[in-house]
Write a protein that binds this ligand. Sequence first.
Ligand code: NI
Length: 149
Amino acid sequence: MVYLVVINNKEKFFKFLKLRIDIILPNYYNMEKVNLAQKLTLFSEHWSPKIVGELNGQHVKLAKLKGEFVWHKHENEDELFYVIKGCLNIEFRDKTVVVNEHEFLIVPKGIEHRPVANEEVSVMLFEPATTVNTGNTENELTKYHLDNI
Ligand code: NI
């Protein structure tokens, strides 16, 4: 493919160049590092994940958890819980896994689980963009739209 560019204006030329780069490398202009501690200051509600990154059809999310969530499973998605601050109990039907700070747990698709945070916990989640927080269970905690922060 050949592009004929008339460079009569520097600004126009760079705009043209940016458009081409956006098509080839859509994330090129988003190469900014993310500070998790800073992002965690931007919200306080519990059980309301925020999107802080996206790659390969996966979302990187931050959430603050407190209390008991609902039992649910994700039919098609594995779900990673990385504990940034606090201590998270992830209950399964036959056992409970205690995930401490700087530890993570991957919950395989199809496995029923219930996160329980006795004290507030900050977590990073890594899962496909299609993942709904309450999985196969729908209730007042279900979030279909997540904010980017
Ligand atoms: Ni889940």
